[in-house]
Ligand binder design. Sequence first.
Ligand code: ZN
Length: 656
Amino acid sequence: MQTTAASMSSRTLLSALVAGSLAWTAILATPGALAQDTAKPATPPAAPAAAKPRIHEILAQSDADVQAFNDHVTILSNPWMEGRLPGTRGMEYAMNYMEDQFKKAGLEPAFQPSDGSAKTYRQPFSLGGQRQVTQETIVVKCGGTEKALVAGKDFKFTSLGKNGTVEGPVAFVGYGLENAEKKYTSFAEGHSLEGKIALVLRFEPMDANGKSLWSGGDGWSGQAGFQGKIAAVAKRKPAAIIVVNTPGANDPRVSSLNAGGGRAMCDVPVFMMSAEAAGDLVSRCDGKRSLMDLRKIADAPTAGVAQSFDLDGSTLAVAGVSEEKPVRAENVVGVLPGQGALAKEVIVIGGHLDHLGMGDFGSREGPGKLHPGADDNASGAAGIMLLANSLTKAYKDAPLGTPLRSILFVGFSAEESGLNGSRHYVDNPIYPIKDTVLMMNFDMIGRIKNSRLSVTASDGVKGFKEWYQPIYAQSGVKVVEAVSRGGGGGGSDHASFQSVGVPILFAIIADFHDDYHTSRDTLDKIDREEAVKAVRLWHELAWSMTQRADRFEIDSTSGPMRAQPMKVRVGLRTRDTDDASGIEIVDVTKDGSADKAGLKKGDKIVKWNKHELKDRQGFVDDLRAQEPGAKIQAVVLRDGKEVTVYITLEAAKETP
Ligand SMILES: [Zn+2]
């Protein structure tokens, strides 16, 4: 890496942009920006090293496409965009920005609303419900005093139970566990919980260092999760359940009120409470003992000491109400109309605009921090905006009468929650699928290393390779080629198109990074110049395809659409659940893909490869489209908690 005065300054400005210390209007007004800090300036700085170049001098040195790419990624990944979660104000800003860029490039609005009103740049669709808490209160009443606890700090209403507003005496029920093997029970004989508010400790009996007494090693046993204790307590008919972060537990989760996005496990309201708030409640209401004293009773049951009991004289008034609010999402769609005999055929160039918000789902770190998604997929969306511009110019410059296909540019929404925007599109196409000759998808082109770009192409498309390979060869990008067969293959929006028989090209960084789906996917790590090379490759491919006399023919035996024998093996046996809420793992093959990824017997797979998994059929269909070596994200429910795992699929054994 070469460190020059110029690159130092560019880094300083970039960190200012990242930190949001420049006004939003100033960022919007900034005409261009900077090459990545590893890049050599086009000309050496004129001033001696001592005099640092001004920002406008750095801007002037970088290529116009690099500047535009930088502008787009900077804007899409800044904190005002709130991680571009569908349904948020930040996502609305991001869509406005993309729409505005499409307009400036000269694209026409592509979506015709069904009520016959004017065409728009937005294709709306419903995303189903999203849980929103509309009320959460806990008031502690004891000794003639009342104290309202602070939602979000002292406690939180969870999705583990149902809505409710109740008032009742407080009963302590230890860890809320029964373990016949260990002759352990948290429930004193004859102690009724009916109509009471049950205070239950998180995890399981622990030693003085806060480590499990039951797991026989690191971590917790299978009983420490929410599901078992909530079921055991709920069986005894309390009016509400409060799970308390156990003081002194050796687990970082004990400082969080997050109970995961799990489904309801009982039909009374369930809250999480901090150790501090619960400690205050116990000392104020019980008067004699601390919360730690109560924990010790539960850790080491002693003959003659009741394991569960009422906290005399204390009453809690609790209320928790949440609603499922429908979320409306929109694909941003603009069209560059073709001309001549080819105009009715269309090429779709797309990439997803959405990301994970504050890590609300799909995050590898859990919720709470901004997930800017600079690489995933502000980079790809930025590429789409550059292409809208460059291809519009190319169309204007084309000799009159040259037959050109139409090009539809799409910023897909809700990709991260399961390719929702692209699936909606192929079910409700703006141009007929039969006239859609190619789909080109960008997902993560911002952190290309050593010029290596992975491009996946549909298999079984006649003449496809012969067409794209010479274009790759001239691009200056080291294309790492892959092919994909069958419907649904792969984890981004192109898969939706491939599943309806449209040939696809899909570009993504060839060398994956560890910041994927974390708060660390930030602007400062983006390599703008390499990304622009990928954009230029995409331009050349699109420009060639738009004039190609013939569309590609699909081989009826090996092209997109045809089901293939399974090429991968997961190494587990599963069964459907009664309510189609996922599939349950009944056996895990030792040292198989699933075992290596940490999947366990009893886990319920609820999400697979970014899709909600309902039944085995869906699972098998997805596996048919996978190639050996594919890395799949899966979410399983284990002890009532969602656990995310990454499975590298191994090759299926050859069957003789
Ligand atoms: Zn992505």
